[in-house]
Design a protein around this ligand. Structure first.
Ligand code: NAD
Length: 527
């Protein structure tokens, strides 16, 4: 096993992160109890700011304020609402570096990934600026009586949407899902993870600079089980991103309240490499697919199936490239890998590796914490011999750990890829695109990327993206990602009452007319 080289560094916190700036950001989080949570810089473990913790009464108050602002917001013409987001797009892009400073400080990810994350809300905004006028426009359809009746599908906002976001992409999940809800005319109450509340708070301040009415977008903070129930009980719809275990809790509560929810959950994402793969392209794409965001991407790859005929060659190329990855703590673009989000999470990842090794797996490279780099660093790790009796054989690890497997036939590879409770993302690689696409269609996953690991699917904002099986319910992006935040009103108009018997008409006569009308409508296609 080779020692991964480290980037020599001295962590210098960015000048933008002054105490006054951070205290200003958290000042909008309500806390009548005065309780706080110590938010720390991941690279050093140093205290950044005290994050107020909201009580159930604070959350009720936040909903009341959002609801009052929402009534006015929903009455704005869509073009006026969209103008806010057009200005917000510019502000979000112009302030990407300050956003990245915050994302890095609170999550420990590397600069490259933090900057990529800042691009997500502008991409979602760009898509819906073009698409929302068409998707949200009333659609007139025929009614039951040709020419004399009509039915119009009107999209009404649901009211106030509760959003619960995870720590791995706090800015993207805190803002992008809210953007769609707001464009559809809703208010939002967001609960970010305590660890990563700063970047979404900053993003919201930029939306308000762009003209989003004050009060419409509320933020409450607290540990999930403490604030979750009140947050869900006052929402008209819940958008949740996080683990499958928590998703089940959220879904149950939303179901009890008879409100809709979208659950974007975990994965144990497979990659199938076909025997005609271009090795250089595959290695470059797979390094990002496995180790991007230090393996803390819901769509990242944790299982790789390599063809027997090229196993040794592909393994050697991937492991050599893994061992060259630069890992370190720095607020510049040097490191290719950053830290894990916390010491607790690092221990969990380490536990998965140790469990696998105890049950017979082999560490090909990596496998150890790197306290010399920071408190929560863990080496990029490649395992062999992982089986389904090991925790990491079946459960999402959510760290820089991947298992290599050998397959003999493509049918066997597809069966192995599908042998999981999850179904979030998958990847298939091969030079023959139609062959790779045919394999991709056989994988049970909401997203499948051909010749890429995950970014192509996630960045296609026009197509709904979500999980199947235990990886989720519903989707974000695409028309569905906007329409889910609306209720349909079926506005039906009958110009003249002809659906009842005419005065004095015999009922049998009326039925005869009705039945022949049905035949005529089918023949002519008139509805
Ligand atoms: P988590 O489920 O522990 O927490 C997610 C959010 O839910 C946090 O804000 C947390 O405070 C809150 N929460 C926890 N318990 C709660 C409860 N009982 N009621 C209400 N809220 C509660 O997940 P995590 O560890 O923060 O995030 C990592 C997970 O998120 C991984 O499983 C990853 O795959 C998943 N994820 C999925 C997607 C996707 O789009 N499918 C995207 C990002 C992350």
């Amino acid at each position: 096993m080779t020692t991964i080289p480290q980037t020599p560094h001295r962590v210098t916190r960015p000048a933008s992160l002054t105490d006054a700036f951070l205290e200003g950001l958290v000042a909008r989080v309500p806390s009548t109890s005065g309780g706080t949570w110590k938010l720390t810089e991941v690279y050093t473990g140093e205290h950044l700011v005290d994050l107020p913790q909201s009580t159930p009464a604070d959350i009720e108050q936040a909903y009341a304020a959002a609801r009052a602002a929402q009534r006015e917001w929903a009455a704005w013409p869509l073009a006026k609402r969209l103008a806010v987001f057009k200005r917000a797009h510019t502000l979000l892009v112009d302030n990407a570096h300050t956003t990245a400073d915050l994302i890095q400080a609170e999550s420990g990810k590397n600069r490259r990934m933090a900057i990529e994350e800042t691009c997500d809300p502008p991409m979602v905004i760009s898509h819906y600026l073009k698409r929302a006028p068409k998707v949200l426009a009333p659609t007139k359809r025929g009614g039951p009586v040709p020419f004399l009746s009509s039915s119009t599908e009107i999209r009404q906002p649901k009211g106030v949407v509760g959003i619960i976001a995870p720590w791995n992409f706090p800015f993207a999940t805190g803002l992008s899902d809210a953007v769609a809800a707001l464009i559809a005319g809703n208010g939002v109450v967001l609960k970010p993870d305590n660890k990563t509340a700063l970047s979404p708070l900053y993003g919201i301040s930029l939306l308000e600079q762009a003209g989003l009415p004050k009060g419409l977008f509320q933020v409450v903070c607290g540990e999930g089980p403490d604030v979750g129930p009140t947050l869900i009980d006052h929402a008209n719809y819940v958008m949740f991103t996080g683990s499958t275990a928590t998703g089940r809790v959220i879904g149950e509560r939303a179901g009890r309240n008879l409100i809709g929810c979208c659950l974007e959950l975990g994965g144990k994402n497979p990659m199938i490499v076909l025997d005609d793969v271009d090795v250089d392209e595959w290695v470059a794409g797979t390094l990002f697919g496995v180790f991007g965001n230090t393996g803390q991407i819901c769509m990242h790859i944790e299982r790789i199936y390599l063809p027997d005929s090229r196993y040794d060659e592909l393994k050697a190329a991937f492991v050599a490239a893994t061992e060259k990855l630069r890992i370190g703590a720095a607020y510049d673009f040097g490191p290719e890998l950053g830290s894990l989000v916390s010491v607790d999470h690092m221990r969990r990842v380490q536990g998965h590796v140790e469990d696998a090794v105890a049950k017979g797996a082999t560490v090909v490279t990596g496998g150890k914490p790197r306290p010399d780099l920071g408190p929560a660093f863990f080496e990029p790790t490649v395992l062999e011999g992982v089986t389904t009796d090991m925790v990491c054989g079946v459960t999402e690890t959510f760290g820089p750990v991947v298992a290599l497997h050998r397959y003999r036939t493509v049918d066997e590879a597809v069966a192995l890829a599908n042998d999981t409770d999850y179904g979030l993302n998958a990847s298939v690689w091969g030079r023959d695109i139609s062959r790779a696409e045919a394999v991709a269609r056989r994988i049970e996953a909401g997203n499948v990327n051909v010749n890429d690991a995950l970014a192509t699917a996630y960045a296609s904002k026009g197509t709904p993206s979500g999980g199947v099986k235990q990886s989720g319910v519903g989707a974000r992006h695409g028309d569905q990602g906007l329409l889910k935040y609306t209720d349909v009103q079926n506005l039906a108009v009958l110009k003249k009452q002809v659906m009842m018997p005419r005065p004095g008409q015999d009922y049998e006569d009326h039925v005869k007319g009705m039945l022949s009308g049905l035949k005529m409508m089918r023949r002519t296609g008139i509805r």
